[in-house]
Design a protein around this ligand. Structure first.
Ligand code: F6R
Length: 619
C-alpha cells in the first residue's frame, strides 16, 4: 500500500534518495507519487498520477522549477510518497504531498484519518480551502491553524494537530521555514528511521533505506520525532516513555531486495524456498541431539506450558499457512487449534479462557486486520505470539513472544517464500509444544533437515510446470482439491492462481466434491488434484475418478512412484517423497510455479497484480 520515504543530511541529494526510495517501494502497489524536497536551497514540490519514473522525468525536465528559494538550507531535506487510493480517486490533486494555502507545510501520510470529515468541516468554517478529496489534506491545514491560532512554532503545532487525529497513520512533514528537519508521527502504521553518518533516512518499509544503512529505529505508536542530520529526537504523545533511540540492526542485505538474474521478484522468491527452509530451521532444529530450540519462545516457557487451546489469526496466504498449522499442532502436540481470519476474529464476541494462546501469522507484520485482532486481546491476560517475517514490525512488537521467519524481504505482492517459512515454523512450534512426546518428533526433526534439498529437487521441475501452465493458461476456471494437510494447501494454490492470473479458482476438500462443486466439472474445467502418499490417498484417487468420469481435465501433483495416477490424470507432476506433514511445502512450490507461469503466459504484471497491494495497512 502507500509508501513514505525521506532524507535529511548533507551526504546526498534528498531528491535522489526520495526518488530511489520510492522506486524501492513500488512493489507495494501504488497509483500516484509525489515529493517535497529542499535541495541546494530550492524547494521542489511535485506530484502526479502514475509511475515514480514519470515524477523522475518531471524533475529532470523541470529541475529548477522550485516553488521558492530557501536561502539558509545547507542540508538537503525532503519527503516522498506513493499513494494507493483510499479516500478519493486516482487524481493529481489527491496525490501526496498535501500542503496548506501558503505552500510552506508539506505532509505525506499512510493509513486512514478516521475523523477527517469532522476536522475538515471545522477548518472550512475557519476559512480553510481544500483542493483534494483526501483525509491527509486536513493535516497541513490543521498544523497551519494551530500555528496561527496559538501563535505556535511548527513543532508544537504539529504535535497538537497529530493529537487531534484518530485512526491509523504514519505521517511525515517538512516545513519550508525549518528546512533542515523532517517531522514524523506514528499510530498503527509503520515508520522507521535509518541512522547514517550525519544523516537520517525515513521509510515506511526498511527495504527503501537498507541500501544506505542497516541501523534503524522503529517508531512506536503515539511517538513523534524531530529528525535532523545530527539526531532523531523522539517523544511520546501519550505520556509513555518514548522507547526512543533504540537503534537495532537490520538482519538482511541490500541485494536481497533486488531481483538479480530473475525476470520477476515472484520467481526469485519461489526459488528461495530451499534457503528459506534452511533459515527457518537453522539453530533451531537439531536431530543429532533430538531437540528443537525456539529461542523466541524461551521467555514465555512457563505460560506456554499452561495453554490448552490455540487460536491462530491471519489473513490471506498467512491464514492458509495457519490452517496447515492447525493440522500440525493438533496431530503433533495434541493441542486444540482454531484458525480465524483476522478480519472476523477482531469483531467476534467469543469466550476466551486464560489457557488460550493467540498466534498471529504475518509476513509484513503490518497487516491492519491482524494487528487489530491482537489488539483486541491485549487486555485479556492471554498469551500473544507472533510468526512474523519483518523484523521490528508492529506485530513483532505487540506480541509477547514469537518466532521470526527470517525469510528476507518479500517483494512480490503474491506471497510465496513467506508461506514456506510460516509452515516450517508452525511445524517447529508443533514439535516444541509436543515436548518430544509425539511419535512424529524424531522423524520430523530429521525430515526437516532433508527438506531444503527436496525443495531444490522440486524446483528442477520448473520447465515441466511451465509447459503445463502454457497448456492450461486459457482455462477460465480451476479447481484445486486435496485432503488432510493438502486441503489448506489446495486453498492456497487457488488463491495464488487467482491473484496473479485473474482466473477464477476454488480450493476444495476432495471429500466435499460430491456435496456441490462436482456440478461445475466439464471438459473445460480443469482440476489440480493434490494426491500425495498418505492414509487418504486412495480416497483422493476415487475423487479423481469421479472428475474423470465427468470429463474434467486433471493435473495431478503426486509423490514419485505413484504410477497408477498416470492412468487417471491428464498430466502429472511428481514431487520428492517426504512425510505427509511436510508435503505442503513441496506441493506449494509446484503450485506457485504454475500460477507464476500462467500469469507470464497471459502477459500480466506478475509482481504487481491489479487492485492488490503488498502489506494491507488499512482495514
Ligand atoms: C497472497 C498475499 C496476501 C497476504 C495477506 C496477509 O499472496 O500475499 O493474501 O498473505 O495480505 O499479509 P501478511 O502476511 O503480511 O499479514
Amino acid at each position: 500500500m502507500c509508501g513514505i520515504v525521506g532524507y535529511v543530511g548533507k551526504n546526498e541529494s534528498s531528491t535522489d534518495f526520495v526518488i530511489n526510495g520510492l522506486k524501492a517501494l513500488e512493489y507495494r502497489g501504488y497509483d500516484s507519487a509525489g515529493l517535497a524536497t529542499i535541495d541546494k536551497g530550492k524547494l521542489k514540490y511535485l506530484k502526479d498520477v502514475g509511475r515514480v519514473a514519470n515524477l523522475d522525468k518531471l524533475i529532470k525536465n523541470n529541475g529548477d522549477n522550485a516553488l521558492k528559494e530557501i536561502g539558509s538550507a545547507k542540508i538537503s531535506c525532503g519527503i516522498g510518497h506513493t499513494r494507493w487510493a483510499t479516500h478519493g480517486s486516482v487524481t493529481k490533486p489527491n496525490a501526496h504531498p498535501h500542503t496548506n494555502s501558503a505552500s510552506d507545510i508539506f505532509v505525506v501520510c499512510n493509513g486512514i484519518i478516521e475523523n477527517y470529515q469532522e476536522i475538515r468541516e471545522k477548518l472550512v468554517s475557519e476559512g480553510y480551502k481544500f483542493k483534494s478529496e483526501t483525509d491527509t489534506e486536513v493535516i497541513p491545514h490543521l498544523i497551519d491553524f494551530y500555528m496561527k491560532s496559538k501563535k505556535a512554532d511548527f513543532y508544537p503545532a504539529f504535535k497538537t494537530a497529530i493529537s487531534d487525529l484518530r485512526g491509523a497513520y504514519a505521517v511525515a512533514a517538512v516545513y519550508a521555514d525549518n528546512p533542515e528537519t523532517i517531522y514524523v508521527a506514528r499510530l498503527s502504521s509503520p515508520i522507521v528511521i535509518g541512522v547514517g553518518d550525519q544523516e537520517h533516512f525515513i521509510a515506511s518499509d526498511p527495504s527503501a533505506l537498507i541500501h544506505k544503512t542497516k541501523k534503524v529505529i522503529f517508531l512506536n505508536d503515539y511517538e513523534v520525532a524531530q529528525i535532523t542530520a545530527k539526531e532523531a529526537k523522539i517523544e511520546s504523545l501519550d505520556g509513555a516513555k518514548a522507547a526512543a533511540q533504540q537503534v537495532v540492526e537490520l538482519d538482511y542485505e541490500a541485494e536481497e531486495s533486488e531481483m538479480g538474474k530473475y525476470p520477476h521478484f515472484m520467481l526469485k522468491e519461489i526459488h528461495e524456498a530451499p534457503a528459506t527452509i534452511q533459515s527457518a530451521i537453522r539453530g533451531r532444529v537439531k536431530p543429532a541431539i533430538n531437540t528443537i530450540k525456539l529461542g523466541g519462545l524461551e521467555s514465555v516457557k512457563q505460560q506456554l506450558g499452561l495453554i490448552d487451546r490455540i487460536i491462530i489469526t491471519a489473513c490471506g496466504t498467512s491464514y492458509y499457512a495457519g490452517l496447515i498449522g492447525e493440522y500440525l499442532i493438533e496431530e503433533i502436540a495434541g493441542v486444540p487449534v482454531e484458525v480465524q481470519l483476522s478480519s472476523e476474529f477482531k469483531y467476534r464476541n467469543e469466550p476466551l479462557s486464560r489457557g488460550t494462546a493467540v498466534i498471529a501469522i504475518s509476513q509484513s507484520g503490518e497487516t491492519a486486520d491482524t494487528i487489530a485482532a491482537i489488539k483486541k486481546v491485549e487486555d485479556y491476560g492471554i498469551l500473544k505470539l507472533g510468526i512474523v517475517n519483518a523484523v521490528g514490525s508492529t506485530l513483532a512488537r505487540i506480541t509477547d513472544a514469537g518466532v521470526y521467519c527470517h525469510a528476507g524481504p518479500e517483494q512480490s505482492v503474491a506471497s510465496t517464500k513467506a508461506f514456506i517459512a510460516q509452515v516450517t515454523i508452525l511445524t517447529e512450534i508443533a514439535l516444541h509444544l509436543s515436548n518430544g512426546k509425539s511419535k512424529l518428533y524424531s522423524p520430523l526433526l530429521k525430515e526437516l533437515v532433508d527438506l531444503p534439498s527436496k525443495a531444490e529437487e522440486t524446483l528442477k521441475l520448473e520447465s515441466d510446470i511451465k509447459k503445463l501452465a502454457q497448456k492450461y493458461a486459457k482455462a477460465r476456471d480451476f479447481l484445486f482439491i486435496g485432503r488432510n494437510y493438502l486441503y489448506p494447501c489446495a486453498l492456497e494454490g487457488a488463491l495464488k492462481l487467482k491473484e496473479i492470473s485473474y482466473i477464477h479458482a476454488e480450493g476444495c476438500s476432495a471429500g466435499e466434491m460430491k456435496h456441490g462443486p462436482l456440478a461445475m466439472i466439464d471438459e473445460n474445467f480443469p482440476t489440480i488434484a493434490l494426491a500425495c502418499n498418505g492414509p487418504l490417498l486412495e480416497k483422493t484417487m476415487s475423487n479423481i475418478e469421479e472428475i474423470k468420469a465427468r470429463k474434467g481435465p486433471i493435473i495431478a501433483i503426486s509423490t514419485e512412484g505413484n504410477e497408477k495416477i498416470k492412468t487417471l490424470a491428464d498430466d502429472v507432476i511428481y514431487v520428492p517423497k517426504t512425510v505427509e506433514q511436510l508435503q505442503p511445502l513441496l506441493v506449494t512450490i509446484v503450485m506457485q510455479l504454475f500460477a507464476y507461469f500462467v500469469a507470464v503466459e497471459k502477459g500480466l504484471n506478475v509482481d504487481r497484480p491489479r487492485n492488490l497491494a503488498k502489506s494491507v495497512t488499512v482495514e
